[in-house]
Design a binder for this molecule. Sequence first.
Ligand code: GUN
Length: 217
Amino acid sequence: YSPTVDEAPDAEIELPSFVKFPASAPPTLLGNLINELQLIEHGEGGFFRETDRSPFTMAIAEKDAHVPMNSQAVGPSISVTSEMGTVTRRNYSTLIYYLLTPSSPIGKMHKNKNRIIHILQKGRGQYVLVYPDGRIKSFKVGFNHLRGEVSHWVVPGGVYKASFVLANDEFSNGLLISEVVVPGFEYIDHNFISGFKELELLSSNEYNTFEHYQEDY
Ligand code: GUN
């Protein structure tokens, strides 16, 4: 559940021409910004940089962290078996910049175990969410609140998310956001959708996977 998303008006999915046919290079303004912010290509599409990772860490039960029992935890995490069962650790939070451009206009569909706070910095875009029960939600992000755009939004844990940039003059058809994840980002909490088949099955509501699904989303 997220008021910021649930209260955002539903929007039709109409892909701009440069989303269907990406440009070969970003416009000058966005190219300069990629250099200034030292952004790198993201596997999801677009560009990003992690700008903060809390030095403080919290213990998480491995069942919640989706680390298979008896397997080695990755990254900075460590596993300890104690009275609370097997636990692993996560940083309290992480913060990234994320940029979509006409040359890399799509954030490919994926989900994270944890809810992610998104804060718009500049430009316009559209999000498509697919919930574990197959419900689909699409909404626009931008600063024209009267037109139904939202400028910050929270995607619940376990919900698939894709995004694409929308046409805008003020930011050369770009979309720049900040994302905060609590507890902090780890690849093991992140899953790309396996393909169109999974999307079809999920949205047809005949199939439900409760893997990586927070019951209180
Ligand atoms: N490394 C690769 N992708 C991500 C991401 O989405 N967030 C963070 N914090 N780090 C990443």
